[in-house]
Unconditional design. Structure first.
Length: 465
């Protein structure tokens, strides 16, 4: 709570002085961590945030722009004068530079890119080849690599000389002096503990390092980091030469964004890549209206289904009392199954070929869960009837049986449909998270009505129907 309050206080102070002179801005930002500055600037209008960036000490401004929490840094730098923006961009880490240029409008790219030094332009050209959700898109080109025939002392001297510009100094990559392919990775700890005149290769105490191709997904990189308990994974080209490195903090930032998008899709909205309070009303409506309209149109099928059974409802009005109960139960079971399978697919606990194994598990699971709810539903009708809380008529036992049996069928179908839909979407090339809970609920609502009234016709035929 204290940290949250400090963030709000920093944001308020900066907003108050953003239109004042640089001295007041620097005073307000004094002793504030870059991550807190980034969080404060993310909630400010872009032009005001640009004024703050221009007034900050250079190293603090760079550190703030390097923070992943500042997701609107491209929009902020668009409002910064070229003479100020250029040195800031050149001082930023390579992966953050690439993120900025991906988000910049075409006109701003043409304004800023030619002003960068040739080395920065070359690095950006490499990083921008790859999609932002791949290893190549999130890697940094600032890593340490030395010839594999160097000794420990030479390698440590190289670290001292070039370590300041590297993303991490804790892993040094040894490459073949001839063709540059990756031979081994040695940790700084291993180098420090080894004798200075011994070969750097002999300091390595672990097998050949894992590596990934630039086209590998960021989820794959995260899985490798977690599985092998390393802090960085080298990215290699087709010749197995290192061209970049993905560190654990880059993956964490990327996975947090990915999971945020998945959660938003599960809730039935398009991904929103801005802080909530900085989203304009128009964008908020645009992101939410599409899915809402699609779900509303699909829910019209529910009304169509109810119109089909209008005669049954007219003859046995008591059945309409339980429609919300049985429909919501099916939707809830489907949403549970969908959430579990989407997460299992993301963690690679299951694969597309495992769909039949999931179906075999979800079918009995749905039957048992449906039976539990069915017993509760039957008991509820019986208790209300016995205690005279409501009169369900002379055939109340058959009504209770209808509710109980329908719940078994609807919950079973919901569990099965909810678990299979992510596999279907993934097979078709869509993001499984698109199998959002509202979409599954809508699907189960329509089929739930069919199951409910079919069971009612079978149980109550000849009595109420």
């Amino acid at each position: 709570m204290t940290i949250h309050g400090e963030r709000l206080d920093v944001r308020y102070q900066l907003q108050q002085v953003a239109g004042a002179g640089p001295d007041r801005i620097r005073a307000a930002a004094r002793d504030v961590q870059p991550v807190e500055l980034a969080d404060a600037l993310a909630g400010m209008p872009n032009r005001r945030a640009a004024k703050v960036i221009e007034a900050l000490p250079f190293d603090i401004a760079v550190a703030t722009l390097d923070e992943p929490e500042l997701e609107n840094k491209a929009a902020i730098l668009s409002c910064v004068e070229t003479a100020v923006a250029t040195p800031l961009l050149e001082a930023m880490s390579a992966d953050q530079q690439a993120d900025v240029f991906r988000d910049l409008p075409e006109s701003e790219r043409h304004r800023l890119l030619p002003t960068l030094d040739p080395a920065s332009q070359k690095g950006l050209e490499l990083l921008l080849r790859y999609a932002p959700d791949t290893a190549g898109g999130i890697m940094t080109t600032e890593f340490l690599a030395v010839p594999s025939d160097w000794n420990v002392a030479q390698t440590l001297d190289f670290v001292r000389l070039h370590g300041k510009t590297a993303e991490t100094i804790y892993v040094i990559y040894l490459v073949d002096p001839g063709d540059g392919h990756l031979v081994q990775a040695v940790s700084l700890r291993e180098l420090i503990l080894a004798k200075g005149d011994s070969p750097a290769l002999e300091a390595c105490t672990h097998p050949e390092p894992i590596s990934v191709h630039p086209s590998a997904s960021r989820e794959e990189v995260a899985r490798l980091l977690s599985k092998y308990n390393v802090i960085a994974v080298p990215v290699v080209d087709d010749a197995h030469a290192p061209i970049g490195v993905v560190t654990f903090d880059d993956v964490i930032d990327a996975i947090v964004r990915e999971q945020t998008e998945d959660v938003q899709r599960l809730g039935g909205t398009e991904p929103i890549d801005q802080p909530y309070l900085s989203i304009g009303l128009g964008l908020m409506i645009k992101k939410r209206a599409g899915w809402l309209c699609a779900l509303f149109l699909s829910e019209m099928l529910t009304a169509t289904a109810m119109q089909h059974f209008e005669g049954l409802i007219a003859r046995a009005v008591v059945l309409s009392l339980f429609i919300p109960l049985v429909m919501s139960s099916g939707g809830n079971s489907g949403s549970q199954a969908t959430s579990l399978i989407i997460r299992a697919l993301a963690l690679r606990q299951v694969r597309l070929g495992d769909w039949w194994r999931i179906a075999v598990r979800e079918l009995p699971t749905g039957v048992v869960l449906g039976t539990i709810l069915g017993v509760i539903g039957f008991t509820r009708v019986a208790i209300w009837q016995r205690l005279h809380l409501f009169n369900y008529g002379a055939h109340w036992a058959l009504v209770a049986t209808t509710v109980g049996l329908a719940l078994i069928g609807i919950v079973t179908f919901g569990s099965l449909a909810g678990s299979m839909l992510p596999f279907l979407l993934k097979r078709l090339g869509f993001d499984p998270a698109s199998a959002s809970a509202p979409f599954v609920a809508t699907l189960v609502d329509v089929t739930g009505l069919l199951i409910y009234f079919s069971v009612a016709f079978a149980v109550l035929g000849g009595t109420l129907l």
